[in-house]
Design a protein around this ligand. Structure first.
Ligand code: HEM
Length: 300
């Protein structure tokens, strides 16, 4: 019996199954093909524009591409945070991957800016209210994987936190609430309400699960950080928390602020202020930045 047959026999016997039955199945099974394996037909049936404007499909597909890339990033982050023994080489490989994915998102964003008709976009976007990219949950999961909750609260938020904040306190003051919570009246935009109803419970549960084990925690517990690894981590921080936000903001300005008229966003935020990295102050690895660099975050 060939080695492979022996191994197959052992595999199914260990499962308490008859190997012959499985081999017979293999004999009759159809060979796999590209379209079934990649689920091409399903994937290509997921674009459902709400208007007749041709570029609405581009808008939907580019968001879908982004969500897939964010899923690849979550996939990497899940592996890193679950890895028992982190080595320098492993981390550099993984952070390089994260940087590559984020660069892809930054360099492709022109598809949104110059790749859609300005007037058409400004009409079909009104049918999307109150939906907004703000409601992308994977965008928030990446933050929760990467850093401790305290780093997702900007200086203004920190001044409101109690002395010993709980996870719920951090979420109450997390930077992204600035997009749709009126802190004076307690009122929330519909975009924010929908988002929290759908995802907040899951975010809190995930934050509890990953507490003490985020990428930042894992890095802080390493005995030493090489300058190479530090550079990669800093690069990731800048790509994800400065460069992507800036390229996204410049596209928002292109459509919503062309002649300084500041149109309302579909998600209803005071978006020019809110979307700027200077306002959000989001950093995954603050320990790697000098005070000067932190103070000028997003300025250059
Ligand atoms: C024409 C293209 C786009 C415009 C004009 C635009 C505009 C905006 C605006 C104004 C906001 C602020 C929230 C609000 O009030 O709605 C926002 C948030 C957001 N958008 Fe977009 N966006 C565009 C494309 C995209 C794409 C392709 C993605 C990818 C998924 C995306 C993801 C996000 C995310 C994640 C946020 C929240 C950012 C944060 O909280 O820091 N946007 N967008």
């Amino acid at each position: 019996m060939s080695d492979i047959k022996k191994k197959l026999k052992e595999k199914y016997e260990q499962l308490g199954e008859n190997p012959e039955t499985y081999l017979k199945g293999l004999l009759h099974a159809k060979p796999i093909n590209y379209w079934d394996y990649v689920e091409v037909n399903t994937l290509l049936s997921l674009q459902k524009p709400r208007t007749h404007f041709k570029d609405e499909s581009i808008f939907i597909m580019y968001h879908q591409v982004t969500e897939l890339v964010l899923k690849m990033m979550c996939h990497e982050l899940e592996q890193i945070t679950e890895e028992k023994q982190l080595t320098e080489d492993y981390l550099i490989t993984k952070i390089n991957r994260l940087n590559r994915y984020t660069t892809l998102l930054i360099t492709s964003f022109d598809i949104m800016k110059d790749g859609m008709d300005y007037d058409d976009y400004n009409i079909f976007r009104s049918t999307l209210t109150p939906a907004s990219g703000f409601q992308s949950a994977q965008f928030r999961y990446i933050e929760l994987y990467c850093t401790r909750l305290q780093n997702l609260v900007n200086d203004q938020g920190k001044s409101r936190l109690p002395v010993k904040p709980t996870i719920a306190d951090y979420f109450e003051h997390i930077y992204w609430k600035d997009a749709g919570l009126n802190r004076k009246t307690g009122e929330k935009t519909l975009t924010m309400q929908q988002f929290e109803d759908e995802y907040l419970e899951g975010f809190v549960a995930f934050a509890k699960k990953i507490e003490g084990n985020t990428l930042e925690d894992r890095i802080l517990e390493l005995p030493e950080l090489s300058s190479d690894l530090k550079d990669k981590l800093k690069e990731f921080d800048v790509l994800y928390n400065v460069k992507w936000p800036l390229v996204h903001l410049s596209t928002a300005k292109h459509y919503l602020n062309k002649k300084g008229e500041q149109k309302a966003a579909t998600g209803g935020s005071k978006w020019i202020k809110y979307l700027h990295p200077k306002h959000q102050q989001r950093k995954f690895f603050p320990v790697l930045w000098t005070q000067n660099e932190k103070d000028s975050w997003g300025s250059n």
